[in-house]
Structures are given as structure tokens and as C-alpha cells.
Design a protein around this ligand. Sequence first.
Ligand SMILES: NC(=O)CC[C@H](N)C(=O)O
Length: 398
Amino acid sequence: MTKRPVVCRRLRVETLGEIISSPPPRGMVDWPVMRSSFLFRSVLAAMVLASCATTFELPAVAQTTAQAAKPRITILATGGTIAGAGASSVNSASYSAAKVAVDKLIAGLPELGRVAEVRGEQVMQVASESLSNEDLLKLAHRVSDLSKRADVDGIVITHGTDTLEETAYFLNLTVHTTKPIVVVGSMRPGTALSADGALNLYDAVSVAGSADAKGKGVFVTMNDEIHTGRDVSKLVNIKTEAFKSQWGPLGMVVEGKNYWFRAPVKRHTAQSEFDIDQIQSLPRVEIVYGYENAQRAVVDAIGAQPGVQAIVHAGTGNGSVANRVVPALQELRGKGINVIRSARVPAGFVVRNAEQPDDKYDWVVAHDLNPQKARILAMVALTKTRTPKELQRIFWEY
Ligand SMILES: NC(=O)CC[C@H](N)C(=O)O
């Protein structure tokens, strides 16, 4: 038996003394009579001693099991501000991203040990705006390998926030697992006043180790919120409240406890028809932006690039396309390049055959995916099909 005699002994002495000397609570009994009842006090004291014994004398075996039951989480570090460092504590916006190694990040946050057994791996050390498709594949293959290991219960990826939503969506689409995967970043480097990375990382590890997070796909934890990697987007720069999902977060994580409010309905991870283990390269998909006075030259230039299989048009409003640009996109479709209509408006969704006759032009609409997420899904979908009808089905389902 393991005992905590000091605490228990103090409790016994103090509590006994209190019971005998304190005024009794007001209540339904005849207290003047009870107050004089030595028997009543003695019974109460005995009850305290009994509860003390049951509370503080735990079998050693039970304690060992409780420790071993801590989830085993691997943190894959890729860089970003969460690994950033500034010249002084007031540098919240001017600093260098991707400077601090994962082992140092973990060592600086001993609180992680409260919620998990954590180990770190430095996959790369970059600012996320510079990530390539090859980097994405390297990371996703590592996540997939780890997710198959019996000694890994969940995976956390530390990442720059600029393209974090793209990586999270890619993993959500391609990694076949029900184990929680959490992508996390920060808006301020660890060297800054009110740095947000430590709590974001603690939340990420805590969610990754939670049984109730299993089978819900890939998450992004920022600012105490749990988002699905599909919906979440960086919609605010500078502020720590940077990430939003237009359909709302899935829940919140507060002091290591998850509070869920909804679940993803789009296909992901274990139910996905795409499997990262089968994907060794990604086709080239580019994005073109819509704005007043837009000309066709940019679309033509993209179409002339080698290996481009699709172009995402970040249209105005409901994915509208300038009349000068429409013929250029039609020509690309004529050459077998797929055209996907998304919108530069950060919320809402593009309606098929509204603004442009998609059926007639054989174009695809991006549903509610913003242009950068539409590019991710298009690349993944194109590993299986180039047929617009099939691509459109995939855009509705994922
Ligand atoms: N807040 C951040 O993480 C931004 C830093 C950097 N631009 C990146 O995305 O890696």
C-alpha cells in the first residue's frame, strides 16, 4: 500500500479538532440536544478517519497503472512561429520563424507531462509559406507510418500558421487512421509577451491524447478552440484569434478537457477513398485570382506551364469570372485542364451553374472550399480521376 501519511495525519488531527470545537450547522435536527451529544461528534470523527483512509491509501498497483495509461503522443515539428524567436519580448510581429528545435520546445513545457508521454521529431524547420508538395508528402507519409504504430496514440504537428489549413486538410483527406491528429501553431513567438504557443501546444497534445477525439479526423487547436482541419482557415493576421471555421469550431479544449458541440459530416481519414500510402507525387494545380480589370494573360501563362492539370479560379462574389477571362479558361478546359471555380470571398459557397454555366463548360465548383483548400482537394482527387463529373462528386463529398 502507498500512503501519504503527512497529508493524512495533518488532516486527521485538524479535522478532528475542528469537528469537536466548531459550531454545528443549522438544520433540521434539534441542535441544542445534538451539540451536547458526544456520541454524535465521535461518529462524525470516525467517518472522517474512514474517508481519509480510503482517499489517501491507494494500492501501489493502481497508481502504476494510472501512470502507464497516459497517452503516448509524438510531436512532429515543421517550424513556423511556434518555433520562432524574436530579438526582444516586445517583438510580437517582427521575429524569425522556425528557429527553436522540437526538443527545446518540449523541454520548455513540462506541463505536457501531465496529459501525455511526449516525444518529438524534427521533420523540417521552415516557415510554412515556403512548404512544397514534396514537403507535404514527406510529412504525411511520416504521420501515416506513426499512426500505424501500437506505441503511438496520437500525433501533433507543429506548423507555421500561414498554410497550416492546407496541411491539415491534406492530412484529413489522406491519412487512414482513427487516431487523433492535431495540427497546431502560434501567432506570437515563444519569446514574446503573452506568447500563445505554449497553451496551443498543451491543448493540441491534450486533444491528441483524448479518447473522445478518435475518429473525428484531423484537428487544428488554436486559441482554446478545436477546429476540423477541413473547415478551418486563417482569417485574421496579427491577432491570436486568427483561425475560424465558417460553420463553427467542433468544440473547445479548456484545462485539458474537451467540450464537443458538433462533428464533421464530410468524408475524412479512415473513410476517405484517398490513401497517402498510395500517393507518391502530386499533380500540379495552380490558382488564379479574380479582381476588377483582370486580364487573361495570367491564365494563359499558367496554362502554358508544364504538367498543370487543373486551375482554381478564386472568383469574385459567388465565383464569378471576368468576361475577358472566361474564354481563356474555356480554352484550358479544351486542352484537358480542369477548371475549378472557387471564390475569394471568405465565407459562403459557390453554387453550381450560378454566375457561370458549369454544366455547359464542363467546369467544377469548389463547394465551400476556399481557393487554397480547393487546390489541395483537386491535387488529391486528380491522383484518381481527371473527369469533371467525378471531380465534382469528390468536391461535394469531402
Ligand atoms: N504565425 C506564423 O506561424 C506565421 C509565420 C510564418 N509565416 C509561417 O507560416 O510559418
